[in-house]
Design a binder for this molecule. Structure first.
Ligand SMILES: [Zn+2]
Length: 217
């Protein structure tokens, strides 16, 4: 199965990607992992990406797409893959379709994890991270016993910039602007399947697997 996972920040994409990829026995490929692997191995693309990241700029699509191309050409992705975090925009999706066509394959399905805006804000802006051990607590879903203190190691908790309410609102805006058109794009291709991604993690996984079953293994 060749699958792309889309959904707003805080939809639980990373977690669901792990479970879904394991269930269908395909590699989970995330752009974060590809970036890190290329940078660590010092590949020409990694060196180029590094240059942009070090200067605080976005890595250009061309570099990202070439990294994805290299990754999808690896043997473990020959019979399928789950992409998490790419494509993120319609131009990337068009480039991705083209690179798959070059490889002689096509995308089977795009799974959208549906979570409404209020829920995204509730999930993300409630996260507090431990300065000591890095554990992430949630004021509503997984609160520490004492406010602002990690149960596990006793260190102070802080809110990462990414999790602050104003940043969350901005990330959502970017998602709606850049990624929501992607949903229309794949819908028009007849490849989009959406599931309710609220409720317990295990329930969402069951819904995802059910929705994808007809696309084979
Ligand atoms: Zn801690």
């Amino acid at each position: 199965m060749r699958l792309v996972l889309v959904g707003p920040p805080g939809a639980g994409k990373g977690t669901q990607a792990e479970f879904i990829a394991a269930h269908f026995a395909v590699p989970k490929i995330s752009t974060g992992d590809i970036f890190r692997a290329n940078v660590a191995a010092g590949t020409p693309l990694g060196v180029e990406a590094r240059r942009f990241m070090d200067s605080g700029q976005l890595v250009p699509d061309e570099v990202t797409i070439n990294m994805v191309r290299d990754r999808l050409a690896e043997p473990d992705a020959a019979d399928g893959f789950l992409l998490d975090g790419f494509p993120r925009t319609v131009p990337q999706a068009i480039a991705h379709d083209k690179l798959l066509a070059d490889l002689g394959v096509g995308l089977d399905v795009v799974l959208e994890l549906i979570v409404d805006d209020d829920e995204v804000i509730r999930r993300l802006s409630g996260r507090w991270t431990c300065r000591g051990c890095g554990k992430i607590w949630h004021i509503e879903f997984d609160p520490p016993t004492h406010d602002g203190v990690c149960d596990r190691c006793g260190s102070q908790l802080y809110q990462r910039d990414d999790d602050k309410a104003e940043t969350v609102a901005e990330r959502l805006k970017v998602y709606v602007r850049d990624t929501a058109p992607l949903i229309i794009f794949y819908g028009a291709q007849g490849k989009l399947v959406g599931i309710d991604a609220t409720g317990p993690v295990e329930d969402v996984t069951v819904r995802a697997i059910d929705a994808l079953r007809s696309y084979g293994g």
